[in-house]
Design a protein around this ligand. Structure first.
Ligand code: NAD
Ligand code: IPM
Ligand code: MN
Length: 357
């Protein structure tokens, strides 16, 4: 029996809708396995700007630090997307949270549930058996370098920056994971052009010496983007920089069928944050159509990684599998063969999940 305190930070848009389901699943797990989870909520993103004028209020950060794990939704609002001149933006809250909590490793598992083979736009015979684990570096790169705009308003710059220790620590995490899986690691960079990538490759080559059993492959990011769609089974563990990892994992979501299926774990020095890889999805906000599986699978990662509750985590993954086997689909993973009465909204999908727990 475990006592833990979980902070729920839904954020904006469909973050609110899917995190509610993720939380219900955690509550059900606690009840079923006899754990005592307590919960609190905090604001981030547009919701926090509206309430406190700040996308990451100190109170939220303090609550995060004081909790055993954070279940996070998404941030973002069309108001800022359409106004490039806005100085205060929801996304700043997310980036500051990552930096302040030292969340340098973002694990993004790309796991294809067999039932979703036909939901992908990639041919089933190419996809079958795909199972990839991305390690996206999360607190460095062009996201956190010096940025600005020259006085005349005509030229803008963002500076990409990596230090040896930043590459080393994410590389070690990825090699450690490779040792527990297929002992294959692909490092993705742009070392034919970028200085940060040449440092990246040098450091990965050096760390590789500590893991003689792991087969290491270096790929340029453009080629890696192509190979993901051509031959996803060639990939096992992938380690890459912040920006490349952001882009490649949205691409890789199509291997799993939808952005709505992809969970992630952001870990580092302190409290871990568990979040879908998708955003606030303005196009479907408030319509009850969002796929809650990414949040639910993030809750599963939370139990496994932050609490060491593997059986509980597997119970969630199994429930997701059973819901899919029952034929239930949210719209994003439905196809022409899905019967109309099996296409459910966010809450009904959540209820189906709870019934299998
Ligand atoms: P998005 O991930 O929000 O949506 C991309 C597409 O995928 C949309 O068509 C959306 O409807 C669909 N989609 C995403 N999640 C889904 C789900 N659970 N179920 C069904 N369909 C789903 O990306 P975007 O549209 O480029 O960005 C929207 C906003 O979200 C922006 O303001 C952006 O800055 C923000 N964003 C935030 C995060 C985050 O908080 N981690 C991540 C990405 C984007
Ligand atoms: C993500 C998002 C964020 C990122 C944005 C909203 C800052 O796309 O979590 O993948 O680029 O890291
Ligand atoms: Mn992204």
């Amino acid at each position: 029996k475990m006592k833990k305190h979980i902070l729920v930070v839904p954020g904006d848009g469909i973050g609110q809708e899917v995190t509610a389901v993720g939380k219900k699943v955690l509550e059900k797990i606690a009840e079923k396995f006899g754990h005592e989870f307590t919960y609190d909520e905090a604001l981030i993103g547009h919701a926090a700007i509206e309430a406190a004028g700040n996308p990451l209020p100190d109170e939220t950060l303090e609550k995060m630090r004081a909790s055993d794990a954070v279940l996070f939704g998404a941030v973002g609002h069309p108001k800022y997307d359409n106004d490039p001149s806005a100085k205060v933006r929801p996304e700043q809250g997310l980036l500051k949270m990552r930096k302040e909590l030292g969340l340098y490793a973002n694990l993004r598992p790309i796991k294809l549930f067999d039932e979703l083979l036909s939901a992908s736009s990639i041919k089933p015979e190419i996809l079958r058996g795909s199972d990839i684990l991305f390690f996206r570096e999360l607190t460095g790169d062009i996201y956190f370098g010096e940025k600005g705009r020259e006085n005349d308003g005509d030229t803008a710059y963002d500076i990409a920056r990596y230090s040896t220790y930043e590459v080393e620590r994410i590389a070690r995490k990825a090699f450690d994971a490779a040792m527990t899986r297929g002992k294959k690691l692909m490092s993705v960079d742009k070392a034919n052009v970028l200085e940060t990538s040449r440092l990246w490759r040098e450091v990965v080559q050096r760390v590789a010496k500590e893991y003689p059993e792991v087969t290491v492959e270096h790929q340029f990011v453009d080629s890696a983007a192509m190979l993901l769609i051509k031959d996803p089974r060639r990939f096992d563990v992938v380690v890459t920089a912040n920006l490349f990892g952001d882009i490649l994992t949205d691409e890789a979501s199509q291997i799993a069928g939808s952005m709505g299926m992809l969970a992630s774990a952001s870990i580092g020095d302190g409290t871990g944050v568990y979040e879908p890889i998708h955003g606030s999805a303005h196009d479907i906000t408030g319509m009850g159509l969002a796929n809650p599986m990414a949040s639910v699978l993030s809750a599963a990662l939370l139990l496994d990684i932050s609490f060491g509750l593997k059986e509980e985590s597997d119970a969630i993954i199994n429930a997701v599998d059973l819901v899919l086997k029952s034929g239930v689909r949210t719209r994003d993973i439905a196809d022409a063969d899905t019967p109309k009465d099996k296409i459910l909204g966010t809450d009904a999908t959540g209820e189906a999940l709870l019934s299998y727990l």
